[in-house]
Design a protein around this ligand. Sequence first.
Ligand code: AMP
Ligand code: MG
Length: 319
Amino acid sequence: MTELLAPDPAGIARAAALLRAGELVAFGTETVYGLGARAADGEAVARIYEAKERPQFNPLICHYSSTEAAFRDVVANDAARTLAARFWPGPLTLVLPRREDCPVSLLAGAGLPTLAVRVPSATAAHALLQSVGEAVAAPSANRSGKISPTRAEHVMAELGGRIAAILDSGPCLVGVESTVLDLAGPPTLLRHGGVTREAIEATIGPVAEATTPAAAPRSPGQLASHYAPRLPVRLDATSVRADEALLAFGKPLAGAGAVFQLSLRRDLLEAASRLFEGLRALDAEGAVRGLCGIAAMPIPATGLGAAINDRLARAAAPR
Ligand code: AMP
Ligand code: MG
């Protein structure tokens, strides 16, 4: 059963409590309805992909109640501070380097060293984020491949029964997604949205536009900068050598030079929440121990397994 909550103090308190407990809650922003999860909780974030049936781990936008809170998780620069002062709260998302001590799960950022952050202006969303008191990761609250929802009824129709609650704050005012601007390098527009390019350029000067297919914002998995381990990855391993690191799923194969367990009990939610951490850990350990590759044990292609296998296949593709 999905609870439909009113945007009053009781409804907001209930929504915040569910989020803090690792549940999924959809909430209205000025752009579209977002499907929120506690960003620091990898399993809660994995539930987003499960509920949306997203076949890929795309990076999600982290939502905050204030600029100050957002800039505690990422390294802001002058352009970011200027744009935040001018457009936040509002429909602008900034991509910036994660801070070393950023508590947001690697899964929320799809393993990237950067994080997309935003401070929404919608009253109920703001109250909710303030009540949660930490980052809420949220993509649009629709099933993968469907249109972004701008009313609670849309969310209920697609995700009802799969998520804990919907905070019904009425129709979204802007109705288009947030503008996504990458400020981790030279300012680059990754997605057009609620704040126009002209308005951004009037504030910080010229911005480039991501035009190549490789940089298309809808397929961040193809970005060259997308996290891939340095070590070559071997898929569906049924045996492992001493000079390989093992990405284990269930009872580990014997004889590996290093092991990272995704989920001993073969739980796909747990495995998804630990995937990027595992690839990073094995890469680092492999470098220290002079290992020459990562052997990944087979993972079922059902449910979240599709997105896990998609990421592993990309990591294994020749570069
Ligand atoms: P959605 O959450 O469905 O509104 O989509 C989020 C958008 O932000 C997608 O276009 C993502 O590719 C983009 N995005 C999120 N995080 C990053 C990041 N770290 N680097 C580049 N693009 C990002
Ligand atoms: Mg979407």
